[in-house]
Design a protein around this ligand. Sequence first.
Ligand SMILES: NC(=O)c1ccc[n+]([C@@H]2O[C@H](COP(=O)([O-])OP(=O)(O)OC[C@H]3O[C@@H](n4cnc5c(N)ncnc54)[C@H](OP(=O)(O)O)[C@@H]3O)[C@@H](O)[C@H]2O)c1
Length: 225
Amino acid sequence: MNLTGKTVVVTGALGVLGRQVAEAAAAAGATVVAVDRVDGAPPRGAQSWPALDLGDAGAVQRAFAAIAGQHGGIDGLVNIAGGFRWETVAEGSIDTWDQLYQINLRTAVNACRGALPGLREGGRIVNIGAAGAAKAGLGMGAYAASKAGVARFTEALAEELKDRAITVNALLPSIIDTPANRADMPQADPSRWVRPQELADVILFLLGPGSSAVTGALIPVTGRV
Ligand SMILES: NC(=O)c1ccc[n+]([C@@H]2O[C@H](COP(=O)([O-])OP(=O)(O)OC[C@H]3O[C@@H](n4cnc5c(N)ncnc54)[C@H](OP(=O)(O)O)[C@@H]3O)[C@@H](O)[C@H]2O)c1
């Protein structure tokens, strides 16, 4: 994949998947702007944007206007910022439903709204939903609801941007092979989980020229789960 000349913004870029995607896009030749809630060591080859809370609509609008101004526009936005909480309805908190909405859906909507004015024709947006959002398991209600929201948002925005030839798609991972998941599920076989690099490969395809006819797609990328 050759992304030379493309400017790609990756959110959640200091997390496990975000770092992998930012480094893969940079290795493919893109100029990568790495956005996250805190300042930290940038992904290899990427430029770190100063700490940004993607829940803050005003701050996000200003940051994306500045990014587009610095780079003469934006070609790709990968919304990876997100989070997870397991709790049952009865023993959990109503606040969790708000928090997961804020972390998983509000961040993606804000980032897209921020990027839209500077997104070039032919641009690409890739969101991260979750395979588990299609049918919530025990303790997964708030998380699945927020990620189902990401799926519906992806479909609506894809329709909205067809006339600008901007594609909007979402990956639906199962369990990602991360250190946190290995620690939380020591009995599981992580070789069945999807690896961050495998997700990055699909995201790079969606950022590249070969995917121009794919939009509004919700793509399960689930390894052998
Ligand atoms: N891990 C899995 O098994 C799995 C499965 C399906 C889907 N997913 C999704 O895949 C994505 C990446 O997962 P991951 O395991 O790589 O997660 P991760 O390591 O926790 O990375 C997510 C990053 O997003 C950041 N973030 C969260 N809220 C933010 C905000 N308001 N503003 C700016 N940055 C914010 C987090 O910062 P903080 O650490 O400060 O919160 C963190 O750096 C997430 O959307 C997740 O829901 C993960």
